[in-house]
Design a binder for this molecule. Structure first.
Ligand SMILES: Cc1cc2nc3c(=O)[nH]c(=O)nc-3n(C[C@H](O)[C@H](O)[C@H](O)COP(=O)(O)OP(=O)(O)OC[C@H]3O[C@@H](n4cnc5c(N)ncnc54)[C@H](O)[C@@H]3O)c2cc1C
Length: 284
């Protein structure tokens, strides 16, 4: 009997999903929504920029989604920006205010923003990749005086595919230069057109001072790394957030293996110097 009582009072482990309620929901683009969640009866979640949770609309699979909220908003809602691409993400995006989702986490190695004090920081995002970078951007801006130059280069498929347009306009006033480019646009678009790597080629980069944070489709990150390397930035100063098939989130199942590492445990944020050897192997 004593053993049973102990089982019931033990705190939930990292594999036990907790119910969270949808507090608010905003449609960002045709296929992407931002949800704010609050715990049904647990504590608000503390997290570091770049970490993710495993989230599910019960019965449709559990998927890794980065936290896109402000890490400084202690006790605030848990924020996720989700692109509906398949069964699990469509069900999460279809959740209504008041619905419950299951959440585990936070998991993963964060962006090492505190180690970047004194450096110029160049954030480079493609598409939905701005979501995992938003907490890092908010941290950098929140402690603006600790860093050198801050810049964001952001590429999207079209003007209506860009995330957080209000913030993209506001961040320059908070000390971060912002350049946006789209793959294609009509005449109403007065900004850059072309891939984000072109913005890297135009950026004024002091390689000795610069650290770069990258998140986007893997092909975009590979080309962006090449452009940064051409500008003289060393692999150790290039940080990337990688995606693989994360399932357990805690380094037990091995589904998200990347070379000798597990993305859920050793990533998703890596220094390029840790990965370049493995990513040179085709289809790894
Ligand atoms: C650490 C991490 C953070 C992520 N953060 C976000 C985020 O902030 N917002 C967001 O919209 N998406 C994010 N993703 C991607 C998201 O997990 C996948 O889109 C989701 O798992 C797709 O599941 P599905 O059932 O909806 O689609 P499926 O039908 O399973 O697949 C649709 C597409 O998504 C890809 N995919 C499926 N499962 C995964 C997986 N576990 N990891 C990576 N790709 C997958 C498939 O190759 C396919 O192209 C993240 C992935 C990882 C690994």
């Amino acid at each position: 009997m004593a053993a049973e009582a102990e089982t019931f009072t033990s705190p939930p482990g990292p594999m036990v999903p907790e119910p969270w309620t949808v507090l608010s929901k905003r449609q960002d683009t045709a296929d992407t929504w931002t949800l704010e969640l609050e715990p049904v009866d647990g504590e608000p979640m503390s997290f570091e920029p770049g970490q993710f949770t495993m989230i599910s609309a019960f019965g449709t699979g559990e998927v890794p989604i980065s936290i896109s909220g402000d890490p400084g908003s202690d006790g605030g809602p848990l924020v996720h920006t989700v692109r509906a691409v398949g069964l699990a993400t469509q069900a999460i995006c279809a959740a209504a205010i008041g619905d419950r989702l299951s959440v585990r986490g936070p998991f993963g190695r964060p962006w090492p923003t505190s180690e970047l004090a004194g450096r110029d920081v160049l954030v480079i995002a493609g598409g939905i990749g701005l979501a995992p970078l938003r907490p890092a951007i908010l941290s950098l801006i929140g402690e603006r005086e600790r860093f050198g130059r801050l810049g964001l280069l952001y590429g999207g498929r079209g003007p209506d595919q860009l995330l957080y347009p209000g913030e993209l306009e506001g961040w320059p006033d908070l000390g971060m230069d912002v350049a946006v480019t789209v793959d294609a646009a009509g005449p109403e678009w007065l900004g850059h057109v072309g891939v984000v790597t072109r913005l890297v080629a135009r950026a004024e980069i002091d390689p000795a001072r610069t650290a770069a944070l990258l998140c986007g489709p893997e092909v975009m990150m590979r080309f962006t790394v090449a452009a940064l390397r051409s500008a003289g930035v060393v692999p150790r100063d290039i940080l990337v957030s990688m995606e693989r098939y994360v399932q357990c989130g805690i380094g037990h199942c091995g589904h998200c293996q990347l070379g000798p590492t597990l993305v859920c445990r050793d990533g998703p944020v890596y220094r390029w110097s840790e990965l370049e050897r493995w990513l040179a192997i085709r289809e790894l």
